[in-house]
Ligand binder design. Structure first.
Ligand SMILES: Cc1cc2nc3c(=O)[nH]c(=O)nc-3n(C[C@H](O)[C@H](O)[C@H](O)COP(=O)(O)OP(=O)(O)OC[C@H]3O[C@@H](n4cnc5c(N)ncnc54)[C@H](O)[C@@H]3O)c2cc1C
Length: 421
């Protein structure tokens, strides 16, 4: 089967085209909106519009089990196809929203269809950031955000003889792990001084670097890509600013994500590194909600606005928006969490590290089972765990409740954290 499942739309006549709720972007946040709205009793007509051909699917496996053949297409859908019919949601796949008229309350799709709405939710997510250097357009230079791209990457990986991954963040390292496991020589080129430097403590960066190097990945830190050389239109080597030349026939650009905010900006909504929403996911227009990777929201744990890129945030914000649209006003205050699977290592993070306080080690780093408890003064702000899922789960409870073990309690593996909660 070539697609997760073909999806259809039942919008055929002009009278069909007026909806009480139109949701643009069919992934975690969009599905969260429609599911929560229906569960909270929203009885109006709903359309869910997405520009991808497949049923809404799980994105994280694309850089993990999917490349290894462990997560097949059938395991990917977020909801069975029957969900959309049962919830009376008109799901329009393969259709891109291209213009929003806020005054007329209409949205135009790329096939010319115009949909009327009373309430709109923008859940347009993010796209892979482009690699900006000469040669980035060569055949064999790819990025990874969608299932289509994962299908392409999977085929190219099978045929590749040497892979260069530009960017030592989560997606770059997960693909490195899959590629090396598939027997491919891999080099990761990272511009910053350490791996995943924007998201984890230095100790975790060092641990992950050792892990990858032990498996055979070559890691070049503090190295910028200057250009990509080609032969007959196909990638042949990556040339770094330090003069190094890395011969390869596949380059993955894993250099971050850009929020899809163009529709919102063009329609005059407030956008500041994401569509600006309040704690009920309302945009600067009271009839328009937004949720997920495309938003900037006030985060109670950070004490400031944030744009988060995670399944947790997209799913939870989607539900907050859907509930609010149905009249159930439950502000967003979910504890942020995230995970990454590389080889047999599960890295989990909960909370938001402020970076100013100590990082306390719990467990045994040399055994590859440990957590770092990160503090701001004496307040626990985040836990980063390697193969210690119980610490992670406790962290979700502790941080949500504003509870902090003392650094001594955190360091003592014999201390039962459950006694605090
Ligand atoms: C390879 C990979 C691995 C990841 N791994 C993890 C992980 O391990 N853990 C984790 O927490 N997070 C992970 N993430 C991040 C996570 O997938 C995202 O945070 C999440 O998908 C965001 O959901 P969303 O609904 O906000 O947006 P998206 O999932 O980006 O979906 C937005 C959808 O809207 C569509 N769209 C955009 N514009 C329009 C338009 N104008 N008209 C119609 N449709 C439109 C897009 O094509 C897309 O289908 C990973 C991401 C990738 C790419």
């Amino acid at each position: 089967m070539d697609t997760v499942m073909p999806a259809t739309s039942s919008v055929t006549s002009p009278s069909d085209r007026d909806f009480d709720l139109v949701v643009i972007g069919a992934s975690y946040a969009g599905v969260g909106v429609v599911a929560a709205a229906r569960e909270a009793g929203f009885a109006g007509r709903i359309a869910l519009v997405g520009d991808e051909a497949d049923l809404p699917y799980q994105r994280p496996p694309l850089s993990k089990g999917f490349l290894l053949g462990k997560a097949g297409l059938a395991s990917l859908p977020l909801k069975a196809e029957s969900f959309y019919a049962d919830a009376q949601v008109v799901f329009m796949a393969g259709r891109r929203a291209i213009a929003l008229d806020r005054e007329a309350r209409r949205i135009r799709l790329d096939d010319g269809t115009e949909l009327g709405f009373k309430t709109l939710a923008l859940t347009t997510g993010a796209r892979a950031a482009a690699l900006r250097c000469p040669g980035a357009e060569l055949d064999g230079v790819v990025s990874l955000r969608t299932l289509d791209e994962a299908r392409g990457l999977s085929k190219r990986l099978a045929a590749a003889s040497a892979v260069v991954i530009v960017g030592g963040g989560f997606i770059g390292l997960e693909v490195a792990s899959a590629a090396v496991t598939l027997g491919k020589p891999v080099t990761v080129v990272e511009a910053g001084p350490r791996l995943i430097g924007h998201a984890v403590a230095p100790e975790i960066s060092t641990f992950m670097q050792r892990l990858h190097e032990t498996r055979g990945v070559i890691i070049q830190l503090a190295t910028k890509v200057e250009r990509i050389e080609g032969e007959n239109g196909r990638v042949a080597a990556v040339i770094c600013a330090d003069g190094s030349r890395l011969p390869c026939d596949l380059v993955l650009a894993a250099v971050g994500a850009v929020p899809n905010t163009e529709l919102a900006t063009d329609a005059g909504l407030l956008v500041e590194d994401g569509i600006v929403v309040d704690d009920l996911c309302r945009s600067s227009d009271p009839a328009i909600f937004a949720a997920g990777d495309c938003t900037s929201h006030p985060n109670v744990f950070a004490g400031r606005r944030l744009r988060l890129s995670s399944v947790q945030n997209a799913h939870d914000q989607g539900r907050v928006a859907g509930n609010a649209i149905a009249g159930r006003l439950e502000p967003y205050k979910a504890v942020p969490w995230f995970w990454s699977d590389q080889y047999d290592v599960k890295l989990q993070m909960v909370g938001l590290a402020s970076g100013s306080g100590p990082a306390i080690l719990r467990g045994a780093m040399e055994e590859g089972r440990f957590s770092l408890f990160r503090y701001d003064g004496d307040r626990l702000t985040a836990i980063e765990s390697i193969n210690r899922p119980a610490d992670h789960m406790m962290g979700r409870r502790l941080i949500a409740a504003g509870l902090s073990p003392t650094p001594e309690q955190a360091a003592d593996s014999g201390f039962d954290l459950r006694s605090l909660a």
